[in-house]
Design a protein around this ligand. Structure first.
Ligand code: DHB
Ligand code: FE
Length: 280
């Protein structure tokens, strides 16, 4: 049987990807950011997951205003990197896991979540930056990845509650897959940031730290937070944080926070990162 053994959440700041790709990780500005992932890189090297179920958001790279799925599951066998801004990152092609992805699609859709099935798509910094932060710069990513895109870019986003419940449905799906796979679930994006308008540059450390605390101690209550609270308190792009609730919903209530890192600022963003070990 497949098992969800751990959850990882991290910001996906594109400038972090550019710093890695341009060899600037040792610069004064970036050093403390990358130091915050040293523990995580060692941990995941030892954990050796077979598959990562990677919940992220596309930034008008694979999807644009012509097509806006709320939830899209990547069922293809590979996903090429692409991006706006700095362009496609020089990172390995992402190898998918179609057998598990189709199984999850079947189970989760039959649990009344309307997923869009995607067989071909490119993946942007929302997915590749978390991989780089956790795995560094390998020739090939060391495991397979199922990209799961959530629309948090075009109004209306899904609620935190729906994301939390989706996590539960994903977990049920994974645990009913016959192959003996070690699966991790990742939630990405956030923390507080706003890239546009008169509040551009907004960062709210109090909100972020409360979010990190409640994710650990009161995830059910945190899931009830309305989307307008994210936008008001964490900025228009802070709404990316609902994806962390998919990760939390997929783990047991008593999952243990193994690691936490918070750093302000990274580019325009408050950068957050946690690792949770699932209880068995
Ligand atoms: C930044 C952060 C994001 O989440 C993103 O998608 C683009 C830019 C930033 O901090 O500049
Ligand atoms: Fe983003």
């Amino acid at each position: 049987m497949a098992r969800i053994t751990a959850g990882v959440c991290t910001s996906h700041v594109p400038a972090v990807g550019a710093a890695i790709d341009m060899g600037k990780t040792g610069d004064d500005y970036w050093k403390p950011v990358f130091a915050g992932y040293e523990f995580s890189k060692q941990w995941i090297k030892e954990e050796k997951p077979d598959v990562i179920f990677l919940v992220y958001n596309d930034h008008a790279t694979a999807m644009d205003l012509r097509l806006i799925p709320t939830f899209a599951i990547g069922c293809g066998d590979k996903f090429d990197p692409a991006d706006e801004g700095w362009g496609p990152r020089p990172v390995p092609v992402v190898q998918g896991c179609p057998e598990l992805a189709w199984h999850v699609a079947q189970s989760v859709i039959q649990s009344d979540f309307d997923l869009t099935i995607v067989n071909e798509m490119n993946v942007d910094h929302g997915l590749t930056v978390p991989l780089s932060l956790m795995f560094g710069q390998p020739d090939q990513w060391p495991c397979r990845v199922i990209p799961f895109a959530v629309n948090v870019v075009v109004y209306p986003p899904p609620s935190g509650q729906r994301c939390f419940n989706l996590g539960k449905a994903i977990r049920k799906a994974v645990e009913s897959f016959d192959d003996d796979l070690k699966v991790q679930i990742w939630g990405t994006g956030g923390m507080s940031h706003q890239l546009q308008g008169s509040r551009a540059g907004l960062i709210n450390q109090e909100f972020d730290n409360q979010f990190l605390d409640r994710l650990r101690t009161d995830a059910e209550g945190l899931a009830l937070l309305p989307h307008l609270d994210y936008v008001r308190d964490a900025g228009s792009e802070g709404i990316e944080l609902v994806m962390w609730l998919v990760m939390r919903g997929a783990l047991n209530a008593d999952a243990r926070e193994l690691y936490r890192f918070y750093h302000v600022p990274a580019s325009n963003t408050a950068l957050g990162h946690v690792i949770y070990e699932n209880s068995m």
